[in-house]
Design a protein around this ligand. Structure first.
Ligand SMILES: [Cu+2]
Length: 372
């Protein structure tokens, strides 16, 4: 079985090893390798209070109008206020999918054959339940409060943050992967402090949890009585009942000129116009759900799948495929707020990438499934 890495580095998936294997050189005097990201506007995540505390509770579910940092901050705040209410009310919502057969993969000319997006093959799945949303900070906090779980980013002491979200001081000292220099290894960045020291989850309670490794995600799923979806389950769910469409809602990225997912608009990685309403993460129930009632199966954050990565798929019919027996990287699906047509284009429903199971970034989360 081949385990080639994706042919173009995903805009979204630096491996922990890419940070040099010893963590970031934060505070080091060496000049950063790339400085072109300096023009990016401030992030939508607001820094926490001076004591650095980041408590989750009902209070932080209300977003203030000054958040957003977008041209249309008022609209964004209003939308996200409603989203916070909805997502909180349905924090554990799942959908029962009846299983059956679907056509997995694509031969789309816009796709990346080298990523193993094809061939198109018939896959049959048994029924399962899947989370309607990606796991939010609020839900992950409940897990941590209950179990005392410490994430891998906390253990390693650092994680990858998109350079454009960082204050100049942090950006300057940060180590950057050679292939994806818009990522900075930031000491002290983890799920509760997503932009590193001084940042918190204020206003992000119903945004997807990020900086979680595959192992963190699997641990959460076990606690919640579920497991990570297989890649086949994820793709079946993402397609929402449509056959061989490019996106979870159809073939047109912006039907009627309307944005249907949270990806990058503008020029990657220097200018994000946030035309879709978001520069970073969006609430887990932003945008319209797909035909199965599932939110953000394209864009927002990448989602871990259970499978080890391979690009080698047979065209034959498979039942409940679960990927190779072993490997070095785990599958990620869905694309993120950093994906852009000009560079990565991996927000298509058949697009895929992978990362080592201990890797964590600010645009990588997950959702759970349950056997029925
Ligand atoms: Cu991407």
């Amino acid at each position: 079985m081949s385990e080639a890495v994706p042919h173009t580095p995903s805009c979204c998936a630096p491996a922990r090893d890419a940070g040099g294997g010893h963590g970031p050189a934060v505070g080091a005097s060496a000049a950063p390798t790339v400085t072109t990201v300096a023009t990016i506007a401030p992030p939508i995540v607001r820094m926490a209070s001076a004591d650095g505390s980041a408590r989750l509770g009902p209070a932080v579910a209300e977003r203030s109008a000054q958040e957003g940092g977008l041209g249309n901050a008022e609209r964004t705040a209003r939308t996200e206020g409603r989203a916070a209410d909805r997502a909180s009310a349905r924090a554990d919502a799942t959908v029962h999918l009846p299983g059956g057969s679907f056509l997995m993969g694509t031969d789309d000319t816009e796709g990346f054959a080298a990523d193993g997006e094809g061939p198109i093959r018939q896959v049959t799945l048994r029924p399962f339940r899947i989370d309607v949303h990606a796991v939010s900070n609020e839900r992950f906090a409940a897990f941590v409060d209950d179990t005392g779980y410490v994430t891998e980013a906390e253990r390693f002491g650092w994680s990858f943050v998109f350079a454009g979200f960082l204050p100049a001081a942090l950006r300057r000292g940060a180590a950057r992967p050679e292939q994806t220099p818009w990522w900075c290894g930031v000491a002290g960045a983890h799920w509760r402090s997503p932009l590193g020291p001084g940042s918190g989850l204020d206003g992000l309670a119903v945004h997807p949890v990020v900086h979680v490794s595959w192992r963190d995600a699997a641990a959460y799923c076990r606690w919640a009585g579920g497991r990570l979806p297989t890649e086949a389950e994820w793709e079946y769910a993402a397609r929402g009942g449509l056959e061989q469409r490019r996106y979870p809602w159809g073939d047109d990225l912006t039907p009627g000129g309307e944005h249907r997912c949270n990806i990058w608009q503008g020029h990657f990685p220097t200018r994000n116009t946030a035309e879709d309403g978001y520069k970073g993460t969006a609430p887990v129930d932003a945008f319209e759900p797909n035909g199965f009632g599932l939110y953000n199966m394209a864009g927002n954050v990448w989602e871990w799948c259970a499978d080890w990565w391979t690009t080698d798929h047979s065209a034959g019919h498979r039942s409940n495929p679960a990927g190779p027996l072993r490997g070095t990287s785990r599958v990620m699906r869905g694309g993120s707020y950093l994906c852009h047509g000009s560079y990565c284009n991996r927000y298509r429903v058949a697009a895929r990438t992978a990362n080592t199971p201990d890797s964590t970034t600010g645009n990588l989360g997950f959702r759970c499934v349950r056997d029925v």
